[in-house]
Design a protein around this ligand. Structure first.
Ligand code: SAM
Length: 355
């Protein structure tokens, strides 16, 4: 845990307690972690709670790192004579798509865990599965009779597909519920910008406004100036991720941009073609940005509530018992609502009918 950032430590500690509680109240043979990253949550569950975790992660290098950390932890524990009763997580490199069939998913688990048949029970967990992965894990939960409980905290709502962004697609990340799907798209549409702001918490921003720490708030005007330049000069690269940069007193746009593009595709762009002067002029208007951002932040919880209620409705329309609860400190971890679900008898008998 020493090398894990305080934000992540907080999240995995809370999430692991809740997952362990679910395993006690809804007994399962193992849990499946969707978008497990380097396996921090799986490690606490496996080594701390003795719960078997099967991790699905699409990035092979993250899985390699995860295995290396598992081994290191085991060798330290062996020296301390504390190595007993743990379950080593299993890390599987696989991308779960919205059209991944439950049968294909179940076969992947069975083969990875070397199980003799499909007669097993598991819980589905996800700590910040980004974009459509949240919707995919809910569909998988509903589609697999073996899946008994669901615990996940969403993230990166702006990456979800919607009828506006993907008009031809059969399914989308939002909206999911029949209730919202039955309304005209114009009534339910959430723009990219609305979904993006809903990932941010207002608490820390409010503290800084109250404390008059405006220097920290200027950083958004740098990011906005960079985005305006990107949209003007490289329209196909709009909304690309840049590095997070902390504002330092006296920082100029050029200082910011050099740090923000490190390791991104913008790093290779010749400096002469960039309109740095225009950006310097834009940044002069940073106070307008603070006002605009404050107004946007005030609406952020409303947008996130719509997304979370849509997900909860989708699950309850499919005969699940659903609970949405704030479990993380929003100052540390802005996307802090867990969606928990178990299946009612009706859902379980529907599952059996599908088999
Ligand atoms: C925000 S990270 C969270 C990682 C981890 N759960 C944690 O809390 O540290 C989301 C992870 O999901 C993975 N991911 C995203 N979409 C995926 C998909 N369709 N199938 C499998 N993994 C996916 C990403 O590679 C990334 O590692």
């Amino acid at each position: 845990m020493k090398r894990v950032k305080p934000k992540k430590q907080h999240e995995i500690t809370r999430m692991a307690e809740i997952c362990a509680l679910s395993c006690r109240t809804t007994p399962v043979d193992f849990v499946v972690d969707f978008g497990a990253g380097v396996g921090h949550l799986a490690r606490i569950l496996g080594y701390g709670f003795g719960i078997q975790v099967c991790c699905f992660e699409m990035q092979a290098e993250l899985n390699q790192q995860a295995v290396a950390i598992d081994m290191k932890l085991e060798s330290i524990a062996a020296k301390l004579a504390e190595a007993s009763g743990y379950k080593r997580p299993v890390h599987l490199t696989q991308r779960l798509e919205s059209n991944t069939e439950p049968a294909q998913f179940i076969a992947g688990i069975r083969d990875t865990l070397q199980l003799a048949s499909d007669d097993f029970r598991f819980g589905i967990i996800g700590l910040h599965p980004c974009g459509n992965l949240g919707a995919t894990l809910m569909r998988m939960f509903l589609g697999c009779s073996q899946a008994k409980f669901l615990n996940f905290v969403g993230c990166c709502y702006q990456k979800m597909s919607t009828p506006a962004t993907h008009p031809g697609a059969e399914v989308h990340g939002y909206p999911l519920s029949s209730f919202l799907q039955s309304k005209p798209d114009t009534d339910t549409n959430l723009s990219y910008e609305a979904r993006e702001i809903s990932c941010h918490a207002m608490e820390v921003y409010r503290d800084r406004l109250q404390a008059g720490q405006y220097d920290h708030l200027k950083i958004h005007s740098f990011r906005a100036a960079a985005e305006r330049m990107i949209v003007q000069q490289f329209p196909h690269l709009r909304h690309c991720a840049l590095r997070n940069v902390k504002h330092a007193p006296g920082m100029l746009f050029d200082d910011y941009f050099q740090k923000a593009v490190q390791g991104t595709r913008f790093e290779m762009i010749e400096r002469q073609v960039l309109s740095i002067r225009q950006c310097d002029a834009d940044v002069q208007h940073w106070k307008r940005l603070v006002i605009f951002y404050t107004l946007r932040l005030m609406l952020a919880p409303l947008v996130e509530s719509i997304i979370l209620y849509d997900r909860a409705l989708f699950l309850s329309e499919n005969d699940c018992q659903v609970e949405v609860q704030a479990i993380f400190n929003p100052r540390l971890s802005p996307r802090n609502h867990i969606t928990r679900a178990v299946k009612t008898r009706r859902c379980l008998s529907n599952n059996l009918g599908q088999q």
